[in-house]
Ligand binder design. Structure first.
Ligand code: 5AD
Ligand code: SF4
Length: 441
């Protein structure tokens, strides 16, 4: 056994957890294979936030059947959120009997031990372990093999206590658990020392960081300590919750040069009736007040959101409220979703909106947001922006992000990855920006 391959589905949290699974594989002496077909260990780190995600994953797992038949020694492991749903691991095993290991969100880092167990058996028997408790311990002992230089993902907390009525996350990831502040600060210092130029703090609800310690630790105090770390690097974070984000958090982002003027604040819906049915615990007017507050302290802040159509009971008037809110706020970008019933969540039992109505609404919403994103893009024309170079997708072409989070493409050498350069924006196409490098000055 010498090669591994990881296919990751879902959010940044999963992307980072895959970096830890990769760390565990490298610790065993395996190296990354360029494709699943060349790997001895294939890991699927899964998501179940919407039905579309699960269908896609099942499709990919199905494709591995032929590969496993031609080489039964390959090990196929399925980990993460999808497996943690009630009855899902058994159903997966039944449908795809060639899966060797299934691990849930609380024990996926036991993968190495499970591989050893599997290899010690005379006749292979699937290792399925999705044991779960609501508050699994925070593990600081897992090696990380980072894949997103110059950005580094840093978890600050795990789980969620909010139980939005549409959302499966609290059921598959358990209650909020924060990492100790000293561990987070130590990790950030060591990353910036190694040249990582962007730190993205991750949590399902970063604004409630520390509340489980019950000693006054909070997200603002964490940001304050991070703001005191020397060096030039960017800090972003996701995801904030409108019911919890505080004025002092908004102020410290505004006042700290290293903190990106970029806030992701999911609104989900623009109607009070729908927000209430979603258990979001804020109103439309409170959300709009927060937007005003962010813009008061940071007029150029790139504000992005998540928004959903077709939540059970959403009327035409409710949907018009969402359209109106999107027009008022003018988000830099919005991730738009069609509500997808998730078994075990309260909303799955409510009266559903007809599929054709959902389709009409999402089409309208996407067109509206595209127009707004395009208009906001044009406002960047001729401006010079500081860009952190993140990647070179083609020879001589670089991409990076503005402080506000917009992606910009321009010409330059690959060696610039990880550096800050000044770029004048020369054109735009929908939400993509194009520019040319100007001397840093
Ligand atoms: N259906 C559709 N979208 C969902 N999201 C969460 N649960 C669902 C669901 N059941 C969306 C929310 C959340 C984002 C990560 O995914 O908008 O903010
Ligand atoms: Fe899901 Fe709501 Fe928790 Fe976000 S805050 S993870 S949408 S339950």
């Amino acid at each position: 056994m010498n090669k591994y391959y990881i296919e990751t589905f879902g959010c940044q949290m999963n992307v980072h957890e895959s970096e830890k699974l990769a760390g565990l594989m490298e610790e065993r002496g395996l190296v990354l294979a360029p494709a699943a077909s060349e790997a001895d260990v294939i890991i699927f780190n899964t998501c179940c936030i919407r039905d579309t995600a699960e269908k896609k994953i099942e499709g990919y797992i199905g494709e591995l059947k032929a590969l496993k038949r031609s080489n039964p020694d390959k090990i196929l492991a399925v980990t993460g959120c999808m497996t943690q749903q009630v009855g899902r691991a058994e159903a997966l095993k039944k449908r795809f009997p060639f899966i060797d290991i299934i691990l849930g969100t609380a024990n996926q880092y036991d993968i190495s031990e499970k591989i050893d167990e599997l290899l010690s058996l005379k006749k292979r028997r699937a290792q399925i372990d999705i044991s779960f408790c609501d508050s699994p311990r925070v593990r600081e002992d897992v090696p990380v093999c980072r894949t997103s230089f110059p950005n580094a993902w840093v978890n600050i907390m795990y789980g969620c206590n909010n139980f939005c009525t549409y959302c499966i996350v609290p059921y598959v990831r358990g209650r909020e658990r924060s990492r100790a502040k000293s561990d987070i600060l130590g990790e950030i210092r060591s990353l910036t020392d190694k040249g990582y130029a962007e730190i993205t703090l991750l949590g399902q609800n970063v604004d409630s960081y520390g509340s489980d310690f019950k000693d006054g630790t909070n997200f603002y105090k964490l940001l304050k300590d991070i703001s005191e770390i020397d060096g030039k690097f960017r800090v972003r974070f996701m995801t904030s919750h409108p019911k919890d984000i505080s004025e002092e958090v908004i102020k410290i982002i505004a006042e700290t040069p290293n903190f990106c003027k970029n806030v992701h604040l999911p609104v989900q819906a623009g109607s009070d009736a729908v927000l209430k049915a979603m258990n979001r615990k804020y109103t439309r007017s409170r959300y709009l007040e927060l937007i005003d507050l962010i813009r008061k302290y940071m007029p150029d802040c790139g504000i992005t959101t998540d928004v959903m159509v077709g939540f059970p009971g959403e009327t035409d008037a409710d949907f018009e409220d969402t359209v109106d809110l999107i027009e008022r706020v003018r988000f830099q970008n919005a991730f738009t979703f069609v509500y997808s019933p998730r078994a075990g969540t309260p909303a799955a039992l409510m009266e559903q909106v007809a599929p054709e109505v959902k389709k009409e609404r999402i089409t309208r919403l996407v067109a509206l947001q595209n127009r707004i994103s395009d208009e906001i893009s044009s406002e960047y024309l001729n401006k010079t922006e500081e860009i952190l170079v993140e990647d070179a997708p083609r020879d001589g072409v670089l991409v990076g992000r503005t402080d506000s989070g917009r992606l910009v493409s321009f010409h330059g050498e690959k060696s610039l990855i990880g550096s800050f350069v000044n770029v004048r924006i020369t054109s735009n196409k929908a939400s993509a920006l194009f520019g040319e490098r100007v001397e840093n000055g």
